[in-house]
Ligand binder design. Structure first.
Ligand code: GLA
Length: 659
């Protein structure tokens, strides 16, 4: 199950495991990029390594003028190798420490593994981080790559990382999370991360191409290596930005404040600068995108909800927040139209995670450690979940034609599934605003270490069944399945059963998206939840989900995408007929003709059912639209409910599931 705290931290912490090959003294060389393919790390792959035995630490410096650190090579009888280490004393701040500028040592767009042994003088959390300034940004970003605990002993920290060609001032550094106590480091080694991608493995997007899109989520740092880009191009035809299109990255506070100074604090300004590398990549490779996410309690800054955009200010009124919400949604769609109209944004998560596991609205407040990051500022302002409907109305108003709009949630196979169904019925009770349900699908193969999956495949199937009955589209939006102790055979069986279930509902599912590509980059990296290993080789769960499916392999080249939008325009998305509750004949009206059609389809399915022989048989969308009572399947009772609605005896043309 999801831990929201873990989720928050994992957004920037990447974990990885590797074996380190240290060489006896400082050595660095610009890597030969042609050597990266299909081999394990060897001494040839070492691009920088020092154990400080030659007394040279000239490549390392403190972190800027205000850093008080003193760096010196010293003898240490605890040195993990040889007798010398680099000592760092005089640190004043936890971010003070030894830094290695990568210029002249590393290349952009290459995946590297770093290993370093770190000792804190007494108990402390030690961390290897990357400082990097994205193209177009003026302020650096700091990405924590890996952390560990030292209790006066050496702890080995290992991680993978890469940076993009457009990034400036890139450096690796060691810091602490607690006090600024003295540090020592030794055996600092950077190697090329091995690439064992199998060019002959079947492509996921081909295997499932006849059924639904197969996508992945990525982040700017994950997508930096060319090798990761190659893997994504080979297997996926849908891309979700893992963080970069969330409000915290899209809202432009400086521009918001400037406009507020001029008297308008209801028109939040946006920027797509953070997402740019992902958007450019999707455009260049003609990969469709799922937008994620417009309205969410997490990863949305506090100031967005406050007077004068001041995080310490008063909460704004409901009326003002509605205006901000409308303009935010409008501005996001406008920004995409302006700069990326050639990308097929075929889906957007409009609202994310509004229910507790029991199907109730969240508590009011700002998500923080003391509420386990579960409280919602939207509920704080609106008092309940009544902000969801306007969010969909605004999104429908401003989204481009063909872009489908989703309500997305986790633990969607638990009690909250009924609340989700009721929500979608209510939202669409007077129009068609919501197109589909996003099943996040963060699953677990082992549960508390036991080989008992959670959810069971049966629970997951039940959720698919329930959502398919709404007549709305379903997308699997964030699939991953954790496993303890590398029990990859169990994971393969579970993934295969889950995909079998999804395939059984393929008529209702338009996309399956895994939440990340290689295990080392996952937000749940400690339990290996994805389809590919860190070195891009396929895992047993990849093999189990492609096994036995007949498909037509595409002839597309694996890489080298066509980049000319004129000669190869983006295909227009196909729009499904719109479903309106009660509208069995899909003519956009709910009237007696629908009542008659439901009677016919339920009493004589051979003739009027979805596969019926009559030309006037009900369609799949019509059947879903007409399934309006609280029992699954079409019966005379559904006709009765619709009739009552046409006679104005019911306010809505359906019975909400929990009434
Ligand atoms: C949720 C969100 C995602 C992401 C994951 C954890 O499922 O919808 O955007 O934050 O948590 O990484």
């Amino acid at each position: 199950m999801k831990g929201n705290l873990l989720k928050k931290l994992s957004a920037c912490v990447l974990c990885a495991a590797m074996t380190c090959s240290a060489s006896p003294c400082t050595a660095f060389a610009v890597p030969n990029l042609n050597t990266t393919a299909a081999k394990l790390a060897s001494s040839d792959d070492v691009v920088f390594s020092t154990d400080f035995e030659d007394g040279d630490a000239s490549k390392f410096s403190k972190r800027g003028d205000t850093d008080t650190s003193i760096l010196k090579v010293i003898e240490d009888d605890k040195a993990p190798s040889g007798s010398k280490v680099l000592s760092i004393t005089g640190r004043d701040q936890s971010w003070n420490g030894p830094s290695l500028a990568v210029k002249g040592i590393l290349e952009p767009n290459v995946k590297y593994d770093i290993s370093v042994k770190v000792k804190a003088a007494w108990y402390n959390t030690v961390c290897v981080s990357l400082q990097h300034t994205p193209g177009g940004a003026s302020e650096p970003q700091y990405t924590n790559l890996v952390k560990g605990v030292s209790q006066g002993d050496y702890v080995e920290l290992t991680a993978s990382f890469a940076y993009g060609a457009e990034e400036k001032d890139v450096s690796l550094y060691v810091e602490t999370w607690g006090e600024a106590n003295d540090l020592c480091i030794d055996d600092f080694t950077i190697t090329l991360s091995p690439n064992n991608m199998d060019p002959n493995a079947p492509s996921l997007k081909d295997v499932y191409g006849g059924m639904f899109k197969f996508g992945t989520a990525t982040t700017v740092s994950e997508i930096a290596p060319k090798s990761t880009q190659d893997l994504i191009c080979k297997h996926f035809n849908s891309l979700t930005a893992g963080n970069e299109l969330k409000p915290e990255n899209v809202l432009d506070r400086a521009a918001c404040l400037a406009l507020a100074e001029d008297g308008d604090d209801t028109n939040p300004q946006v920027t797509l600068e953070t997402a740019k590398p992902i958007l450019e990549f999707a455009r260049k490779n003609h990969i469709s995108m799922r937008g994620h996410v417009l309205v969410w309690h997490q990863q949305t800054p506090m100031w967005f909800f406050k007077e004068n955009y001041d995080p310490d200010g008063e909460w704004v009124s409901k009326e003002k927040m509605l205006k901000r919400m409308e303009n935010y949604i409008k501005n996001v769609f406008a920004a995409i139209k302006k700069d990326y109209s050639d990308i097929d944004f075929y889906a957007w998560d409009v609202v994310n995670e509004c229910f507790t596991d029991y199907g109730k609205p969240r508590a009011a407040g700002f998500p923080a450690e003391e509420n386990n990051y579960e409280s919602s500022p939207w509920v704080k302002i609106f008092g309940d979940n009544s902000f969801i409907k306007p969010a969909f109305e605004f999104a429908k108003k401003y989204a481009p034609e063909g872009c489908k709009l989703y309500y997305n949630d986790f633990n969607e196979y638990m009690d909250k599934s009924d609340a989700i169904v009721t929500l979608t019925k209510e939202i669409n009770s007077d129009g068609h605003y919501i197109d589909g349900i996003g099943m996040q699908s963060h699953l677990n193969v082992t549960n508390n270490g036991e080989p008992t999956p959670f959810p069971s495949v049966g629970m997951y199937r039940n959720a698919l069944e329930k959502f398919s009955k709404t007549g709305l589209d379903i997308q699997i939006t964030e699939l991953d399945a954790t496993v303890n102790n590398k029990k990859f055979d169990l994971q393969a069986d579970y993934y295969s059963d889950i995909m079998d279930a999804i395939v059984d509902y393929k008529d209702y599912v338009s996309a399956v998206v895994v939440w990340g590509t290689t295990d080392d980059q996952s937000w749940r990296a400690d339990r290996d939840p994805l389809l590919f290993n860190k070195d891009y080789s396929v895992k047993p769960c990849f093999e189990s989900i492609v096994d036995g499916i007949e498909y037509v392999p595409s002839t597309d080249p694996v890489t080298d995408p066509v980049t000319d939008p004129v000669t190869d325009p983006v295909t227009e998305p196909v729009t499904d007929p719109i479903m309106i509750w009660g509208d069995a004949n899909c003519d956009s009206n709910v009237d007696m003709a629908d009542v008659v059609m439901v009677m016919q389809a339920s009493l004589n399915p051979a003739k009027y059912g979805i596969n019926g022989t009559s030309e006037d048989h009900i369609t799949k969308t019509g059947e879903a639209a007409a399934d309006v009572d609280d029992n699954a399947g079409l019966t005379v009772n559904d006709a009765l409910v619709i009739q009552k609605y046409t006679l104005k005896l019911l306010a809505k043309p359906f019975i909400p599931t929990n009434e």
